[in-house]
Design a protein around this ligand. Structure first.
Ligand SMILES: [Zn+2]
Ligand SMILES: [Zn+2]
Length: 220
């Protein structure tokens, strides 16, 4: 058998994957569709995802039908373009999506703190995508999203929001790789924290203040 034999005729194109009707119940709350197709995510232990999604609620990424959580994970895997993929995180890990989510929520504040510290404009602070990193002497797998900036005097700062796979209910704030805070997001500790709950803002503020305290700039 050469590779040609395995090439499938009529391989589904992107639009077909979005439209294809499965037979499973959609996992979206309050969706009554029975045209769900299973999320195709497979983790590094070869475990799959139990959810299924109708055409309206699925995400199609890189030729796969995925749930939203795993689309975020696949989208965050580094070096997708170069083909050098690290082993995908455990199917139930929320580390990549949590790191991305918290970093997005803190973006404006973190830029402001870094800019004040280096005496530059917030727009000069660069941010990167969520990437896999290895932390600690035992090289634990973690997902981080970072900001980096330098000023004309040669001072440099790298700030990261880090979530370890083995502790994916905690978010760490790090400056140049050194942790200055590690907190449990309130919406993970308690299910009754809605999108506008003030505890979300308090959590964001606590992380930003820890960063400010580490940099020694209590007053901005
Ligand atoms: Zn649905
Ligand atoms: Zn999934």
């Amino acid at each position: 058998m050469d590779a040609g034999d395995t090439a499938r005729d009529g391989m589904p194109v992107l639009t077909t994957l979005l439209e294809i009707a499965g037979t499973r119940r959609c996992s979206q709350a309050q969706c009554s569709s029975r045209h769900g197709v299973g999320c195709e995510y497979v983790d590094r232990r070869s475990r799959g995802c139990a959810t299924a999604w109708c055409p309206e609620h699925r995400v199609v990424l890189d030729g796969s039908i995925l749930c939203r959580r795993h689309a975020a994970v696949v989208g965050a895997l580094p070096a997708r373009a170069s083909g050098k993929l690290p082993p995908p995180p455990d199917v139930d890990s929320r580390a990549p999506s949590l790191a991305g989510w918290v970093a997005r929520a803190l973006d404006t504040e973190v830029r402001a703190v870094i800019a004040a510290e280096l005496r530059i404009e917030p727009e000069e602070v660069r941010s990167a995508a969520v990437v896999l990193s290895l932390v600690g002497p035992d090289r634990r797998r973690a997902w981080e999203r970072g900001w980096h900036a330098a000023n004309a005097a040669g001072a440099e700062l790298r700030v990261t929001v880090v979530v370890e796979e083995a502790a994916d209910g905690e978010v760490a704030m790090c400056v140049d790789g050194v942790e200055c805070a590690r907190l449990r997001p309130p919406w993970i500790a308690s299910r009754d924290v809605g999108p506008t709950d003030p505890r979300r803002a308090e959590f964001n503020t606590a992380l930003t203040q820890a960063l400010q305290a580490r940099l020694g700039g209590a007053a901005a």
